[in-house]
Design a protein around this ligand. Structure first.
Ligand code: NAP
Length: 334
């Protein structure tokens, strides 16, 4: 059995969901791929647990869920004060997984690639600002830089654009990429004001306490930037146009309804041009998604119109993308 050593950086919602899948499905991955995925370090902001033989993920989950921080774990394991940059340099591992919300993580992604390690991430800003540099470094070093979960959670639009459609010329992508705004807009259709709908989303844990990333369109903008990089050429978030849903009025929602339409935060991606803004969509359009679904309509010269639709949020759904990338990186490493 080949063994792949993994450094897991970030042990929040997605980090723990990823660890749970690795724990529950380890036998399945061993049988199916002949690979044992061994998590040798886990980091949160309180510290890094590091054991070269591999960490007991069940215990790690228990400690984090009970005490809220890995540094509370002092019985069997050493907890080290290491930054992610230190982890990348010091921990012996083939794959570094970034499931943090560290906006400056591109620096240690680059350091990991330079160390000859593959990187798997669900963290969007490194790609939205440093795509060219990161992909270029991975190619130079012959390692993988994988980011399926950054767009549409585990619904594989990144793999589709990166590994398939290689003979196609993508002409445009239209997509709904943020589930929180979809929730707020559907609540407004049911008669709530923007403020009431936002408060409901926050109460249900769908929107964060600081909702600006979602309602101002930043999250969808990061994702649209990544789609442009994949389908056309590298750009950065600074080059795109973004308008969120904060100014959508109840009157606009009503007018759309009377026309048999619905308003969604839509990303339009064409070569050299990306715009994210609220738009009216016919009710029968694949983009008229509900709940936590995302959808994208990809138009290409050969295939015509292709629709990809599925979960765009959720923890096991995001873990699906992260774990799939870990397995890909692991199979390359062994
Ligand atoms: N949640 C989703 O459905 C979803 C879907 C797709 C993509 N994503 C992306 O996935 C990432 C993680 O999301 P999440 O929901 O899991 O966030 P989260 O619950 O806030 O977890 C973030 C984790 O990163 C750790 N962290 C932050 N900066 C760090 C640093 N410099 N060094 C070490 N650890 C650090 C935090 O440590 P502490 O625990 O000590 O605070 C926490 O464990 C984000 O980039 C998010 O945008 C999330």
């Amino acid at each position: 059995m080949k063994e792949v050593r993994v450094s897991l950086v970030g042990f929040g919602n997605v980090g723990r969901a990823t660890a749970s899948v690795l724990l529950k499905k380890s036998r399945f991955f061993e049988d199916r791929y002949g690979v044992k995925i061994n998590v040798v370090s886990i980091s949160d902001t309180s510290g890094t647990v590091w054991l070269p033989e591999g960490i007991d993920l069940m215990e790690a989950l228990l400690v984090k869920e009970t005490f809220g921080k890995l540094s509370a774990w002092t019985n069997d394991y050493e907890v080290y004060e290491l930054t992610p940059g230190d982890v990348v340099r010091e921990v012996d591992a083939e794959v570094v997984v970034d499931v943090t919300n560290d906006k400056e993580a591109w620096k240690w992604h680059l350091a990991a690639l330079k160390e000859g390690k593959s990187v798997v991430t669900s963290n969007k800003p490194p790609l939205a600002y440093h795509y060219r540099e990161l992909i270029g470094e991975a190619e130079k070093r012959g390692v993988l830089y994988l980011f399926e979960a950054t767009v549409m959670a585990g619904t594989p639009i990144v793999g589709l654009l990166r590994e398939n459609l290689l003979g196609d010329d993508v002409q445009s992508i239209e997509a709904v990429l943020n589930a929180t705004t979809t929730f707020i807009l559907t609540q407004m259709e049911r008669g709530l004001s923007f403020e009431e709908a936002l408060a409901k989303a926050q109460k249900l844990g769908i929107a964060e306490r600081d909702p600006s990333g979602d309602v101002l369109g930043i999250d969808a903008g990061y994702k649209a930037t990544i789609l442009h990089c994949l389908a056309f050429h590298p750009i950065t978030y600074d080059e795109i146009r973004v308008r969120g849903i904060a100014e959508v009025t109840e009157g606009e929602i009503e007018r759309a309804k009377t026309k048999g339409k619905t308003i969604r935060l839509v990303a339009r991606v064409e070569k050299g041009r990306v715009a994210v803004e609220p738009a009216e969509i016919p009710r029968e359009s694949p983009l008229a998604v509900e709940s936590h679904e995302n959808a994208a309509v990809i138009r290409t010269d050969l295939l015509g119109e292709l629709v990809i639709k599925g979960a765009g949020a959720g923890l096991k759904e995001t873990a699906s993308g992260v774990v799939s990338d870990i397995i890909k990186a692991g199979l390359r490493a062994v």
